[in-house]
Design a protein around this ligand. Structure first.
Ligand SMILES: [Zn+2]
Length: 227
């Protein structure tokens, strides 16, 4: 059976890329059109095309410029006509520089090269901006300009980094353990995660892994997983 996006909150759909739910795209239904958060690795085009068929995609928003999140961003914008938005801290590097935001060689030589295809950034985001009814938050550390998206009305938090849940049951997460040096700045990354818990999110949707429901469960992940 074909893989399809799953609605996880009001107007929020998670589209599993490949490998399934290791990489996701997230579709947000906004008042003037759809916004797609992260485009996954460079081999995601076919799935994205299927997920977005018939949708009016007005903007593609990127949590951060690691290669496994922006590998298909240029393709997505070309295919849908969407404009591109990302952190003001990473936009220039994405347009014409290095996005080697990793402390170890695995990141530098394996993940960063996935973001080879570049394009112009149309909107440079910073904390306090709005994306499809979500508030933009800065979560630096995993990458210098990592962004998260927060909707207080239903306490939904969308992240591009966080403990990665391998369980399809959001109330019973199973954590993937990755080297902490895949972060750009491991200490700051962990501090930023803890700061996100102050929001007391109820549903955490990530472009890596399955969603997590319940603050206590997410906190348990942050406590036990360095990446
Ligand atoms: Zn990353």
């Amino acid at each position: 059976m074909a893989v399809t996006p799953t609605q996880v909150a009001d107007g929020v759909h998670v589209g599993p890329l490949f490998p399934r739910n290791m990489f996701n795209t997230v579709i947000l239904e906004g008042s003037s059109g759809d916004v797609v958060v992260d485009a996954g690795p460079p081999w995601s085009g076919r799935r994205l095309a299927r997920f977005l068929q018939g949708r009016d995609v007005i903007e593609h928003v990127v949590t951060h410029a690691h290669g496994d999140h922006v590998g298909s961003s240029a393709w997505l914008c070309n295919h849908t006509g969407a404009s591109l938005a990302m952190s003001e801290i990473e936009a220039d590097d994405f347009e014409h520089g290095s996005i080697n935001y990793h402390a170890n060689r695995l990141g530098k030589y394996l993940v960063a090269p996935m973001g080879r295809k570049r394009r112009t950034v149309d909107r440079r985001l910073k904390e306090g901006d709005t994306v499809a009814g979500f508030q933009v938050l800065a979560q630096p550390g995993h990458s210098p300009g990592l962004l998260a998206f927060w909707r207080e009305s239903d306490r939904t938090l969308i992240v591009g980094d966080g403990p990665i849940n391998l369980s399809a049951d959001p109330t019973s997460p199973r954590w993937l353990h990755l080297p902490r040096k895949l972060h750009h700045d491991p200490t700051e990354a962990v501090a930023s995660r803890w700061r996100m818990t102050d929001l007391e999110p109820d549903l955490i949707v990530s472009t890596h892994g399955y969603p997590v429901r319940g603050l206590d469960r997410w906190v348990e992940g942050i406590r036990t997983v360095a990446h």
